[in-house]
Ligand binder design. Structure first.
Ligand SMILES: C[S@@+](CC[C@H](N)C(=O)[O-])C[C@H]1O[C@@H](n2cnc3c(N)ncnc32)[C@H](O)[C@@H]1O
Length: 324
């Protein structure tokens, strides 16, 4: 667990020693090879990646590490082989030594939508809850954040992040930890900005999730919340009885007005609806790097305004708020 020594030092210096204690138990358990059949395979895939110092890195307008001229033909093959073994790549895109990882999601489009509306991340401590493989964490670092911690319980996503970190080739104040939000200590009051994007509808109790998010923020901190919403007024919420766009774990899709009312009840201030966008089959689709079904297969083939279950098709809102 030496990988986390610098993280632990940073957290200690912020007075978060109780969290360090908890992480030092949670992280070894999450990486236990006996409970994750594929972990050894993923570690081997990362070991296979070439050890080359990237000549150039761009995290400001994209996530691009290295140039094709940095690699020999053999190293290029090693790179592609290793990354392919970490299929499916859902969040991105990444450009790695000239190889374009065309992921299922154009996560950069979400970043472009939210960027103009959030407090500048320069020198901020940032938590990204449900960060996937950490695509937005790289963008947060590129925007000048002092420390970025992403958490996601999907171990393959965490291993994809480890692969990118190996390619980056140096220490970074950025971590993606294999944890669910429910494993964070309550009332940390530590972060300047907390992102929760694509998570609220996966939580059985959305109000408790909002309160969890609030507890992670320092006084005056900012929440960036992105979630699925439906059209309608302050009394409208969709509760799918079974699947939504084929997903089994979707609970509540409120209208924007109801979402903001929930946030007010939870004590958030200065709540701003910044963006509402229908998810398109250009933004979420199958690619060479994500060969399974994607949004197009989850919509009604006769009517793209509906999911295959006959529910309103995905529409996502970005809401920014702060706490006193
Ligand atoms: C729709 S994806 C969103 C990823 C990324 N935040 C984005 O906006 O592109 C939802 C993510 O939430 C993660 N997730 C699911 N349950 C979670 C939990 N209890 N705590 C934290 N993350 C969770 C999933 O593993 C998945 O990576």
């Amino acid at each position: 667990m030496n990988d986390y020594k610098l993280l632990y030092q940073a957290l200690e210096s912020l007075g978060a020693s109780a969290w360090v204690q908890l992480l030092s138990e949670q992280l070894p358990a999450a990486f236990d090879e006996r409970t994750h059949g594929d972990l050894l395979k993923w570690k081997a895939a990362i070991d296979e990646l070439p050890n080359v110092k990237p000549s150039r890195v761009n995290l400001r307008d994209a996530v691009s590490i290295g140039e094709s001229v940095d690699l020999s033909e053999q190293q290029l093959q090693q790179l592609v082989r290793g990354l392919q073994k970490l299929h499916p790549w859902r969040k991105g895109p990444y450009r790695l030594f000239g190889v374009d990882i065309d992921t299922e999601w154009r996560s950069d489009w979400k970043w472009d939508r939210l960027k103009p509306h959030i407090a500048p991340l320069q020198n901020r401590m940032v938590l990204d809850i449900g960060c996937g493989n950490g695509y937005h964490c790289w963008r947060m670092l590129g925007a000048g954040a002092r420390l970025v911690i992403g958490i996601d319980p999907t171990l393959l996503s965490v291993m994809q992040f480890q692969a990118l970190r190996k390619l980056y080739g140096a220490d970074l104040p950025m971590y993606v930890l294999p944890l669910g939000v429910e494993q964070l200590p309550a009332e940390m009051r530590l972060f300047d900005t907390v992102f929760s994007m694509g998570v609220l509808y996966h939580r059985r109790s959305p109000i408790d999730h909002l309160l969890e998010l609030k507890g992670c923020l320092r006084p005056g901190g900012e929440l960036v919340l992105e979630t699925l919403v439906v059209e309608g007024g302050a009394d409208t919420v969709l509760f799918p009885e079974s699947r939504y766009a084929q997903m089994r774990n979707v609970w509540f899709l409120p209208s924007c007005d109801l979402l903001m009312a929930w946030m007010r009840r939870c004590g958030f201030k200065n709540i701003r609806l910044c963006d509402v966008a229908k998810t398109t089959v250009e933004e979420q689709r199958s690619t060479e790097w994500m060969r399974f079904n994607s949004l197009k297969d989850f919509l009604d083939p006769q009517n793209s305004a509906l999911t295959c279950e006959g529910l309103p098709a995905p529409r996502r809102a970005i809401v920014v708020a702060c706490i006193d």
